[in-house]
Ligand binder design. Structure first.
Ligand code: A3P
Length: 381
């Protein structure tokens, strides 16, 4: 093909300098088209052998590759200037490869010299969640979900699906259709805080998958109740006073346990129901107050629980003085970050000290039981 092109160039050269330049261009194009397959080839290297735990796919035609797992030795077979060659990687103490790990395989492996361990679009589909934030309402569940979303291996639903409490009869296919598309190495997660207090939900989740990872964000039940009431006020405008709902009508010292705003805070009672189905180690409990003061630490623990690389670190968070809450940067290099909308972090109404101390007194024994059940002292007053 190149020989023919050279002949054409010689013929044209005799004619005019202008056509000579065009012929040069033709020759360049021919050479480029002849070789560009090699230059652009992303699939010159395929995994040949490994030691350790490796899972993944490679697809020569689609020029993409995905590998994941803990490996100590990984060998690629490929072509180096037309010759078969091997590239060997030895990882000290093993290395966890993820879909975003880059290995430098040398100049012929791709245009950039890197083999990107990404997956083919064929692997992308909707999956049932492997992890669910089950509650608690007003605990900081939205903040946690928004923070986790920054992780490249996490995909989350937007609105709360309410499948296991309100739409269970619609079936798992309906539930799956609400999920975002994910790659096999990504975790699908949803949050519906009412699951925590709904009796039937643990068993239903167990029926879907007994390995579902559960995340529960808890916060001092007194402030949680006030936060819940603040939300009712903002949604419905005028509402009954907090005191008239929180206390029994004929006894202003006795708490009205049947009011949902109060009942949600009896964490030990709800958790008991979950522990009749799931072991405690399958429920990760997030300290709601700490999620505000030290979000990096709480998110680090959640990443570990979910088996994720610790991608989100303290550096992703910054404190927004005006809002009084932490916000998150989606990428470290970004100057600006993402804060939750104004419906999160509303100013709370203030109640007389007598109301506050009655609430604290009421919750104290339940809290203590909750600390014992979870082996965590949340130190609520
Ligand atoms: P308040 O609005 O009462 O302050 P949920 O998302 O579960 O409904 O919880 C809402 C609560 O999340 C808010 O309650 C707020 O205290 C808490 N929160 C935790 N981290 C936050 C953050 N980074 N930004 C805004 N609110 C946050």
């Amino acid at each position: 093909m190149i020989g023919n092109a050279l002949k054409t160039v010689r013929k044209i050269r005799r004619k005019s300098p202008c056509s000579f330049i065009s012929a040069g261009l033709v020759l360049f194009l021919v050479c480029f088209l002849g070789f560009n397959d090699k230059l652009l080839s992303h699939d010159a290297w395929v995994p040949a052998s490994y030691r350790g735990h490796l899972s993944g796919y490679h697809n020569r035609d689609l020029r993409t590759i995905f590998l994941g797992g803990n490996v100590s030795r990984l060998q690629f077979k490929g072509t180096d200037n037309g010759r078969t060659a091997h590239k060997l990687f030895n990882f000290k103490n093993g290395r966890n490869l993820t879909a975003t790990t880059e290995l430098n395989l040398g100049k012929v492996s791709s245009q950039t010299g890197n083999l990107y361990l990404t997956q083919t679009d064929n692997d992308r589909k909707r999956r049932l969640p492997q992890a669910i934030i089950i509650g608690v309402k007003k605990g900081g569940t939205r903040a946690l979900l928004e923070f986790l979303r920054v992780h490249p291996d996490v995909k989350a639903t937007g609105p709360e699906p309410h499948f296991f409490d309100k739409h269970y009869q619609k079936g798992l296919d309906w539930y799956r259709s609400l999920m975002p598309e994910t790659m096999p190495n990504q975790i699908t997660i949803e949050k519906t805080p009412s699951y925590f207090i709904t009796k039937e939900v643990p068993e239903r989740i167990f029926q879907m998958s007994n390995s579902t990872k559960l995340v529960l964000v808890v916060r001092d039940p007194v402030t949680r109740a006030i936060s819940d009431y603040t939300q009712i006020l903002s949604k419905h405008g005028k509402s009954k006073s907090f005191q008239s709902s929180a206390f029994l009508r004929n006894d202003t010292t006795k708490i009205n346990i049947s009011w949902i705003v109060i009942r949600i805070g009896l964490y030990v009672k709800h958790l008991e129901n979950w522990l009749s189905v799931f072991p405690l180690k399958q429920i990760h409990i997030v300290h709601g107050e700490n999620l505000v003061t030290n979000p990096g630490e709480e998110v680090r623990k959640v990443q570990k629980f979910l088996g994720l690389e610790p991608v989100i670190t303290d550096k992703h968070f910054f404190f927004n003085e005006r809002r009084g809450f932490p916000c998150i940067k989606k990428k470290l290099k970004h100057k600006r970050g993402h804060c939750l909308d104004e419906s999160k972090g509303r100013p709370h109404p203030r109640f007389p000290e007598s109301v506050m101390s009655a609430l604290r007194r009421f919750y104290r024994p339940y809290n203590e039981q909750f600390y014992r059940m979870t082996n965590i002292d949340f130190n609520w007053t």
